[in-house]
Design a protein around this ligand. Structure first.
Ligand SMILES: [Zn+2]
Length: 288
């Protein structure tokens, strides 16, 4: 059920205090333990919640909040496919739910809207909830709440964006009505293993974005634009499992890192000292 990837040592870490001591095993999915629904109260606030120290290292977050380049700016709707690929089951997401087996994708920015959708959901319904940037406590409490009102909940996280899919099967309980826009606190205690999972995930994600921004510092913006477009093309093909026959004669040679990429099929070859090799999925994912 849990997919494991080995982290590449080339990824230099700015802050490397992982909560999960066995951090070499990078988890893309987490099955949530089933817990009974407890009584909870929602408190509200006029403002959006701030990042929590339990979910993200504050120094790293401050550095991250001033970075200029999103290396994965071209990877958009592919993120859903990527996260679903990490799960063992085959999911087909529909706009309209036709049968009880279908999953509907709920993709709102505001937590209040996500909550209200779940509030209005019928029993037995299955949903896939997209949540971006889990840096504050209400979002993680919301995930914990889902594990109490659905029979089965598994989460899957992206390697490219800070995006989490919460796959919820079979709604078995109702939830309280939500009255105001900004939820400050559900007053639910979140299990340590869930907190650790997101802390480590945020740590890896922020480090990766900072690392890329660091290596492209001083590089001409045209070069950055060209290289990131080609790499995004590779990731897009990789996620969607597109393999086209290609003789790879139209090659771009990177001026930033040791790799060449085919401009037509986006196949990437890495160079390591005197030895060149075709990058495996694990190599490339860690490298990017
Ligand atoms: Zn090619």
């Amino acid at each position: 059920m849990i997919m494991i990837k080995i982290m590449n040592t080339r990824l230099r870490l700015y802050v490397n205090t992982f909560k999960n001591k066995n951090y070499i095993n990078v988890m893309s999915t987490l099955l949530l333990n089933k817990t009974n629904l407890i009584d909870y109260e929602i408190t509200y606030s006029k403002n959006m919640s701030r990042p929590s120290k339990t979910l993200v290292n504050p120094n790293l977050f401050n550095l991250f909040s001033i970075v200029k380049i999103d290396p994965y700016s071209e990877i958009k709707e592919d993120i859903i496919t990527e996260c679903l690929n990490y799960l063992n089951d085959n999911f087909t997401l529909e706009n309209e739910v036709e049968s009880e087996c279908d999953y509907i994708l709920i993709d709102y920015i505001c937590l209040h809207e996500l909550y209200t959708y779940i509030y209005n959901c019928n029993y037995n319904r299955n949903v896939v909830i997209r949540i971006d940037d889990i840096y504050n406590y209400p979002k993680i409490q919301f995930i914990k709440l889902m594990s109490m009102i659905f029979l089965h909940v598994v989460i899957s996280v992206s390697s490219y964006k800070n995006t989490t899919l919460v796959v919820c099967t079979d709604k078995i309980h109702s939830i309280k009505e939500c009255k105001q826009l900004n939820i400050k606190d559900f007053n639910i205690k979140v299990d340590q293993y869930i907190i650790n999972f997101f802390y480590d995930y945020n740590l890896r994600h922020l480090n990766k974005i900072l690392y890329v921004n660091n290596i492209v510092q001083g590089v001409h913006s045209d070069v950055i634009y060209t290289e990131l477009k080609l790499i995004n093309g590779y990731i897009n093909s990789f996620i969607n499992k597109r393999h086209i026959p290609c003789d790879c004669l139209d090659i771009y040679t990177s001026v930033v890192c040791n790799y060449i990429v085919c401009k037509r099929c986006f196949r990437i070859t890495l160079f390591d000292h005197f030895l060149d090799f075709q990058a495996s999925e694990a190599d490339l994912n860690a490298f990017l």
